[in-house]
Structure formats: C-alpha cells, structure tokens
Design a protein around this ligand. Structure first.
Ligand code: PGA
Length: 241
C-alpha cells in the first residue's frame, strides 16, 4: 500500500486527478471504477478541467460505479445516478451507454443485482476510486461483511441512515437499502486509489495503516491488494505523526 500525504483536500484532489489523467493518456479506453460521496467531488472537478483543456477525453471510457440506493428515482438529487451526472458525466464527452451504475428500482431488484455482478465479471476495472467510511466501510460494505462478498443488496444500518439524513428532508425519505459492489468485486480492480480527508477520519487512517486485516474493518483488506495508493491529507493523517 503506497501512502501519499498531502496538505489538504485540494491537493488530494489534484494528486488523484493526476493519476487518472495519466491513466487516460496511456489508455484512452480505460475502464474506471467510480465512487460518490464528498471525497471524490474535487477529483471530478479536476478531471473536468483536464477535459476542458483538451488533455483527456472520455469518449472511449467505460465507468462502473460502486453503489446506488434502492428504490430512489434516478432524477432524485440524492441518487448516485444524479450525483455522477451532476458532478462528472454531464461535463465530459462520455457516452451514456458506457456509464454503468447499479440500478435498484422497480421489480426484481435481485435480478438487477445479479446482472450488475455479471457485468462486473465481464470486465477488468483498470483503476478504482474509493472513499472510506469512518468505520472502515468501502462502498456500502459495512463492518462484518465477508471479504468474499460480491454485489449484493444491503440493509443500511441506522447509523448510516442517520449520517445520510442531512441530504434528505427527513429520515423517512432516506432509503433503507442499497445495492453495492462487494469487497471481492472491488479487490478485482487492477489498481485502487483511495481518498481520505479531514480530521473526522484521523482514527480511520490510524486503523487502516496500523490495524490488522479484519472483516470488522472492511478497508483493511486493501493491504492484500498489489496496487493501492492511499492519498491522505494532513488533518486525516495527524494521529500518525
Ligand atoms: P465521504 O464518504 O467521501 O462522503 O466521506 C465516504 C464513504 O462513506 O465511503
């Protein structure tokens, strides 16, 4: 696991974008694994800048997102479909048919889950962007999830629903379930870039870098991956000094 410590969120975003820009220059038809949440927003802004400067194109790029809430309309501002279009896809030349986001709406969600997992089996993600929850979760794989887990429907914990309540009008609107890539799917990416920023993640960083590999801290499995870069800002790194 390669650790890069940077000054702040902006530096983290620039560093991560550099890695993605390099990837797209070397392989214009890359398959990217993408994430939602606060951590990647700045990276997406940098990628849009690089696109506008003519440094990179997304015209041959394919993307696979980590997760999506169940039962939420794609036009809902809190759907991850909406998030990805608003923060990246609407601003670059990606083809909609090359965008893959778990779909967990309407009837037969189990079938949609199986289809997404099969789609993941048919490709090899070149580079996966990841955030981390303060409890070590990656995507919606909460502590206790098997390292062998593939794409599944997860019931969100009360804590996660409470954490995400701020984005909705009330707790009743927060979805109860989500579809998420499993840890095994995430580990199959050729390379992984994880972003960690802010003082609220300082204990998370300590556990990730010093702790044992255990299912009670899902991100710890990344120590077993051969190509992981973790970009951490100084506030998040403070307990390591
Ligand atoms: P964040 O979320 O990027 O908004 O901190 C990370 C996560 O919960 O995976």
């Amino acid at each position: 696991m390669k650790v890069i410590v940077v000054k702040n969120y902006d530096e983290m975003s620039k560093k991560a974008a550099e890695i993605f820009i390099e990837q797209l220059k070397n392989k214009p038809n890359s398959i990217l694994g993408l994430a939602t949440g606060g951590s990647p927003v700045g990276t997406y802004k940098e990628l849009i800048k690089a696109y506008n400067d003519g440094q990179i194109s997304f015209k041959d790029v394919q993307t696979y997102n980590l997760d999506e809430y169940c039962g939420i309309d794609i036009n809902h501002p809190q759907s991850y479909y909406y998030f990805m279009h608003d923060n990246l896809f609407n601003h670059v030349d990606i083809k909609e048919e090359n965008v893959h986001i778990p779909s967990a709406r309407g009837e037969n969600i189990a079938k949609q889950c199986e289809d997404y997992n099969n789609a993941l089996h048919s490709v090899e993600i070149d580079i996966q962007l990841l955030g981390i929850g303060s409890n070590g979760h990656i995507a919606f794989n909460e502590p206790g999830t098997s390292f062998e887990q593939e794409t599944f429907i997860v019931e969100l914990t009360d804590k996660t629903r409470q954490d995400n309540k701020r984005f909705f009008n009330s707790i009743d609107e927060v979805p109860t379930h989500a579809m998420t890539m499993g840890i095994k799917n995430i580990m199959q990416a050729k390379s992984i870039v994880m972003l960690i920023s802010g003082a609220s993640k300082k204990e998370t960083v300590e556990k990730l870098l010093k702790g044992p590999i255990t299912e009670s801290f899902p991100a710890s499995i990344l120590h077993n991956h051969q190509d992981v870069t973790v970009i951490i800002d100084e506030e998040a790194y403070q307990n390591m000094k």
